[in-house]
Design a protein around this ligand. Structure first.
Ligand SMILES: [Zn+2]
Length: 261
């Protein structure tokens, strides 16, 4: 069994060097994981990398624009089915993959691990001691969350798998997976604590919390930092740590701690 990476030509602040399109090959068969964005020369690079091996599947970890949209055009070209959790923008899976389901490639299998949080339709895939993490865990950058409670839960899920190596959707592979995952969990819990402390120290709005917790964030990432605080604040509200007014949560939303009794 071998794993190859065809880097998509889409570098950026959220994509690092670009999206990693993984090829998992065994006994002459090959599966493509995260075809990436619809860029013609990336499709050609993938087809060329496959060579004379027999493609069996195109699989998407989640439906974000930098991971999934090339899946259908590539699968059409290769004559194989598209696997994914659910349809999304420019993404229509032929087969809906659920937690624990296996996709066979030669004599090995990719096992789906449902990991919502970064996206509600996110799957990681386990291959022996490796885990393809998509955007659940990235090489060298913080993951933007859609749901902070689900995200933390999914980190505990992948921690329990006990894998050795992480193959992320962006950035370099990471050995010592246990330490990396533990660091991600610690980072999330530390951010929660910083948010609670910021509110305790007098930050009365989401914006003031962003100032306190993400003071070193460059201006072009301010919006992303605000988003992170909002989703973490929603989790802290559900946890009974903070309260804020009803309605859409935004930068000017007032927040306060719920006093422990
Ligand atoms: Zn993503």
């Amino acid at each position: 069994m071998i794993v190859e990476n065809v880097l998509a030509p889409n570098p950026g602040i959220y994509t690092g060097p670009g999206t990693n399109t993984y090829l998992v090959a065994d006994r002459g068969e090959i599966a493509v994981l995260d075809a990436g964005p619809t860029i013609d020369r990336h499709l050609l690079a993938i087809v060329e990398a496959i060579g004379d091996r027999q493609p069996v599947a195109v699989i998407a970890t989640h439906t974000h624009a930098d991971h999934a949209p090339l899946s259908n055009p590539l699968a059409l070209r290769l004559g194989v089915p598209v696997h994914g959790y659910q349809p999304g923008p420019a993404f229509e899976p032929d087969l809906r993959v659920r937690d624990g389901q296996e996709i066979a490639v030669g004599g090995v299998a990719l096992e789906a691990v449902y990991t919502p949080g970064h996206a509600s339709d996110h799957l990681c895939f386990r291959l022996g001691g490796r885990l393809f993490t998509g955007d659940h865990i990235m090489g060298g950058s913080t993951v933007v969350m859609e749901d902070a409670a689900a995200y933390l839960e999914s980190l505990y899920r992948v921690q329990a798998l006990g894998v050795d190596r992480l193959e992320p959707g962006h950035g370099a592979p990471m050995d010592d997976a246990g330490r990396v995952i533990a660091d991600y969990i610690d980072h999330r819990l530390a951010r929660e604590r910083e948010i609670i402390d910021a509110v305790g120290a007098g930050a009365t709005t989401i914006d003031a919390v962003v100032d306190a917790v993400y003071s070193l964030v460059p201006p072009d990432l301010r919006e992303a930092a605000t988003h992170q605080v909002i989703v973490q604040m929603i989790k802290l509200k559900a946890d009974g740590e903070v309260r804020f007014s009803a309605g859409a949560v935004g930068p000017s939303t007032m927040v306060e701690l719920i006093a422990e009794s």
